[in-house]
Ligand binder design. Structure first.
Ligand code: HEC
Length: 115
């Protein structure tokens, strides 16, 4: 007589834990520049808030002047249009910004409509 013994192996159980994937997507909708039509850059914010107090920033963006032209423009704005004096360092910041981005030779100077 033979005696057989049955052996039972080990049953392994795997527990799979799926990592919870939490993706927080903060998404910025496309919108106009913070400073209206003004080109972004150093001084854009100061220029925007100073100059758009009375009129659209477009009136600024459509001009192309040298630094001294802009300085005269600011004087004229003060003397004739009731603009407050712009204190330093804001005045220099604004002139730097305008000279850099809205000079006579700026590449995006809007062409006057054909006459
Ligand atoms: C206190 C109000 C006031 C503020 C602030 C002001 N402006 Fe003006 N600006 C005016 C008025 C009013 C006119 C329109 C004058 C007109 O055409 O009779 C004008 C016109 C202009 C023009 C058009 C000039 C032209 O040749 O037609 C430019 C350029 C301009 N402003 C630039 C600026 C800039 C740059 C700033 C900021 C540094 C500024 N303005 C801030 C009142 C203001």
């Amino acid at each position: 007589m033979t005696k057989s013994s049955l052996r039972f192996g080990l049953a392994l159980c795997f527990a799979l834990a799926l990592p919870a994937s939490l993706t927080a997507t903060s998404y910025q909708p496309a919108e106009d520049s913070e400073f209206g039509v003004l080109v972004d850059g150093v001084g854009a914010e100061t220029t925007y808030y100073t100059c758009s107090a009375c009129h659209s920033e477009r009136i600024v963006a459509q001009q192309g002047l040298s630094r001294s032209g802009w300085a005269d423009m600011l004087d004229w704005m003060i003397e004739e249009q009731g603009m407050f004096e712009i204190e330093e360092p804001e005045r220099t910041e604004i002139l730097d910004y305008l000279e850099t981005n809205y000079n006579v030779d700026r590449p995006n100077f809007p062409q006057p409509a054909n006459e």
